[in-house]
Design a protein around this ligand. Structure first.
Ligand SMILES: Nc1ncnc2c1ncn2[C@@H]1O[C@H](COP(=O)(O)OP(=O)(O)OP(=O)(O)O)[C@@H](O)[C@H]1O
Length: 712
């Protein structure tokens, strides 16, 4: 779809779906007040001063260009290194397996820009981005101080134009392939090894580089280039089959029980009551066994409320803090239905007709969801399959034709496979959008619209549509209505878009040129505890990873310019502790559930507060505590001050006086009077009056969502 098409399609849509924004969500905090505040988490980190002493083998071929600038703009360094082979974290087989595919980015809605590392994203960067197009790889970092306009498109970050662009078919004349061969971020990757892939695709599945270096992708679903030119050949290793690996899990943390004190709000009509125990869900014995083997003894709040809603056949939009068990909240009831309905066992067929499709924005996340689906369906005849970009298309097809009840997919690969008529949609009963705000934003929204318009896809009245995320900007909620039945229920656990309170957040004022030094100081104090360092661009990810290796801090990196094999290896090395530091772009911000990530460092703050919330949510999961440190650069981050103060305050964190001052002296267009860039969707946008009740539901007398006029 061309830019113009997108605008034509979306603008009218928005005018009917996006009512005038009525409140200053920041200052009023009116919705926020409806929720209780759990005590701020206090993570006692072991800051032992152990020095990291693994030196990465590969990666920094030369130390040049480590001059003054952190940005690495002019740096052609290579990268990062991963040592060792692909590893599944010990005793953690199933999770670790995933690759890392995420990306994601901002979520503040249509005015936001996409940025970051989206993968498999056909339309990113199109449309009304303020960015005005696309910069070419070497400039991608030129973000500078103006990059962040809160609420207006994000600046782009990274960003990772390529991930975003890969499928766009060169709308802006960008060809990542060119970059790849000679450009920056490439070097490292290509050196690291996978010779066979060189000359193959880069990053996304959708781009195939011919021998002449010309990109040969299709505007959509470039992987259909299966029939032309060099192919993506990577076949991910199969996940471990032994039961111990399948059910490997980490322990819930000391704050797990505090989840019970978080207020939950359910809005919409006739919500079924919450359940308090797994037994009340009345799932079948096999599922109960699998739940027990997974180490789940107690429901998290989002599970207490979502499971009965899904079991009752209702559509659902659920928003709950990072790391609080949203995946099981949708998988368990879907599986329960399938078992109840007596699903027919999958068997070999050229055209498979799954009952459930789960989409997520990144490869690694979709793989992680698949591993969870495989775990909970263990011992049943339900067969889950995962397909994602950056891997051989034939491999995806082979997985599918063997039988497929639950298909976990990234959007790009999904549409490719549908186009190849390997997947029929007629039997779809459940459509799940994980990280739904991301899936509906400008990057993936068009693809999702295409999906629901595909021939055979049951209408929303005939299927059950489920959306989950930790953030849900209001404008995205409104767009979501197109996918959901009008009587959908909205579950908000705690403050929508709020940060997990088990993460101790610290914001430090650090100028661009002091960041590296500060980073090294912090990492040396941290010792070998697992740490994710987020940066804004792929180039910078390589640069910082290389720099840290030079400093003898074992580091690897993940971003959209790395080949899939390398991404998986990087994630594996990080999971198993071989490389305790993972430098990442926002491709790793959402959904990744990695054991024992104790620290997140925002070397660069992201352009939107939603992205911040997701990033810091990589630590402090499932009741464990974690710590997030963010470098705030006065030259470029002021636009984030207001929302950051709000997030810190809501999570009962200390707010530095200097940050508060900036927040109150910085004018942010749209922050108080429009939805632009709004990230504090406090509640269900349909919400009328609602009453909160810790013991059960609060029901809101929500007007029919189809009736725009009656919305608040
Ligand atoms: N009831 C439970 N008991 C014990 N562990 C659980 C329970 N529910 C989920 N978990 C575990 O908690 C971790 C986080 O769950 P999950 O990844 O589903 O979180 P999430 O809410 O989707 O997070 P994010 O917003 O970052 O995507 C996983 O390791 C999962 O297995």
């Amino acid at each position: 779809m061309a830019d113009e098409d997108w605008e034509a399609e979306i603008n009218p849509h928005m005018s009917s779906y996006v009512p005038i924004f009525e409140k200053d969500r920041y200052s009023s905090g009116e919705n926020a007040d409806n929720f209780n505040r759990a005590p701020a988490s206090s993570s006692e980190m072991d800051d032992g001063p152990s020095r990291r002493d693994h030196f990465m083998k590969s990666g920094f071929a030369s130390g040049r260009n480590f001059g003054n600038r952190d940005a690495g703009e002019s740096n052609k360094q290579d990268n990062t290194s991963t040592m060792g082979g692909f590893g599944v974290g010990k005793s953690f087989g199933n999770r670790g397996f995933s690759n890392s595919k995420f990306e994601d980015g901002d979520s503040s809605g249509f005015w936001r820009e996409f940025s970051n590392d989206c993968e498999d994203n056909p339309t990113r960067n199109r449309g009304f981005s303020k960015r005005g197009g696309y910069r070419d790889g070497n400039n991608s970092e030129a973000s500078g101080p103006s990059r962040r306009g809160f609420g207006l498109g994000s600046p782009n970050n990274d960003l990772d134009p390529d991930e975003c662009m890969q499928r766009t078919g060169g709308l802006f004349g960008y060809r990542r392939s060119a970059l790849r061969l000679s450009g920056y971020g490439d070097t490292s990757q290509s050196r690291s090894g996978s010779g066979s892939e060189r000359g193959g695709y880069k990053g996304l599945n959708e781009e195939v580089i011919t021998g002449s270096g010309k990109s040969n992708e299709k505007a959509e679903g470039g992987e259909s280039s299966d029939t032309q030119g060099p192919k993506v050949t990577y076949i991910p290793p199969p996940p471990p089959e032994d039961e111990d690996s399948i059910f490997a899990h980490y322990q819930t943390g000391i704050n797990f029980d505090k989840y019970d004190t978080i207020l939950v709000e359910v809005s919409g009509h006739d919500a079924p009551p919450a359940i308090l125990t797994f037994e009340e869900a009345d799932l079948c014995q096999t599922l109960n066994n699998n739940i027990a083997k997974a180490g789940y003894t107690k429901l998290t709040p989002v599970q207490k409320y979502s499971i009965p809603i899904i079991l009752a056949g209702r559509d659902l939009m659920a928003c709950a803090q990072t790391g609080s068990g949203k995946t099981a909240a949708f998988l368990l009831p879907i599986l329960a239905h399938m078992m109840r309905d007596g699903i027919t066992a999958s068997r070999f067929k050229e055209l498979q007709e799954p009952e459930c499709i789960i989409v997520a924005p990144t490869r690694e996340l979709v793989n992680q969801i698949y591993l969870e689906a495989r775990k909970f369906s263990f011992g049943t005849c339900v067969r889950a399959v995962v397909i994602y970009g950056g891997t051989q298309l034939g491999h995806s097809i082979r997985q599918i034709v063997q039988g497929c009840n639950i298909l976990c997919a990234t959007p790009g690969r999904l549409m490719d496979i549908i186009g190849k008529e390997k997947i029929g949609l007629k039997q779809i009963k459940y459509l799940v959008l994980d990280e739904a705000d991301r899936m509906l934003d400008m990057g993936f929204g068009p693809e999702m619209k295409k999906l629901i318009s595909c021939p055979g896809m049951p209408s929303k009245e005939q299927r059950q549509t489920l959306m989950f995320s930790a953030t849900f900007p209001e404008e995205i909620q409104r767009l979501a209505a197109e996918f959901l039945k009008s009587n959908y229920l909205f579950v908000a656990v705690g403050q929508v878009g709020g940060a997990c309170r088990d993460v101790q957040q610290t914001v430090l004022q650090v100028g661009q040129f002091s960041k590296r030094e500060k980073l090294v100081e912090i990492l040396r104090n941290i010792g070998d505890e697992r740490t994710m360092v987020f940066v804004e661009t792929k180039k910078k990810a390589d640069f910082i990873a290389t720099f840290l290796c030079q400093e003898k801090i074992s580091t690897t990196s993940i971003h959209g310019d790395r080949e899939q094999r390398e991404r998986e290896q990087a994630l594996g090395d990080f999971r198993c502790g071989k490389c305790p530091v993972l430098v990442a772009t926002s491709v790793a911000a959402r959904g990744l559930d990695i054991e024992n990530v104790q620290h997140v460092i925002n070397f660069d703050l992201p352009s939107t507060i939603d992205e911040y919330v997701h990033r810091i949510g990589r630590t402090g999961r499932c009741g464990n505590t974690g710590r997030a440190i963010s470098f705030f650069d006065l030259e470029s981050d002021n636009q984030l001050a207001q929302p950051l103060v709000k997030v810190l305050t809501d999570a009962q964190q200390d707010v530095p006086a200097w940050l508060e001052e900036i927040a109150f002296s910085t004018y942010i267009p749209g922050f108080s009077g429009s939805t632009r860039g709004s990230v504090f969707a406090s509640v269900d946008t349909r919400k009328g009056k609602s009453t909160l009740n810790t013991a059960g539901f609060s029901s809101s007398q929500a007007p029919n969502p189809v009736d725009d006029e009656s919305w608040d």
